[in-house]
Design a protein around this ligand. Sequence first.
Ligand code: SAH
Length: 221
Amino acid sequence: MTGQSEYSVSRRRMVEEQLRPRGIHDPHVLRIMEAVPRHLFVDPTFAGRAYSDHALPIGQEQTISQPYIVALMTQALELTGDEKVLEIGTGSGYQTAILAELADRVFTIERIPSIGHQAKERLTAMGYSTIVFRISDGTVGWKEMAPFDRVIVTAGAPKIPAFLDEQLRIGGTCVVPVGDPSNQNLVRITRAEDGLREEVLCSCTFVPLIGREGWSQGEPG
Ligand code: SAH
């Protein structure tokens, strides 16, 4: 049996060994990564590995992202607490929880119903009340709720999402993995008055973003 205190020791070690040495320095991000119980976002059989330095399966060939990648993407969004955030790819809901802790409101979209429903149940039971859930294809964004101050895509996209032109506020930022199904660049996009600016943060591997503006189902990934 692993007790709560052992999990908090694992979380502290995760922060000190996996996040800080790799350049995660935002104190809010470090504090939240040390606080949110990641082991509750995986199947109990994986709970003992929840704070290890890798992604883990969450069923249906999907994964909960590696802690470092969650921290890096969150830090890149530079949240101050006032933002309205759109997340594409709810998955386990772990990244969603981190966003909810650091932003004002989170709108999250998942395409696989069973995964989305489980995340909603989990986050609701944990007391999160500023998250709005939706099951649909997130590759076209969420027009009715736009504009967003921040957009985060947690599945690998074939290209920069076209909906940003209309749904990302001017001055807002988006973090999205862009590339082929097996390897992507994590890109931070800033929307300026005169268009989108792009900056590559690192290379990464996410499960594919599947949908109208993404990959088609059945493509290699
Ligand atoms: N941040 C999540 C990542 C889960 S993996 C976590 O750490 O748990 C990526 C998720 O994106 C999967 O659950 C997958 O089903 C979902 N996804 C893929 N394409 C999507 C789309 N077009 N719209 C919404 N979700 C999508």
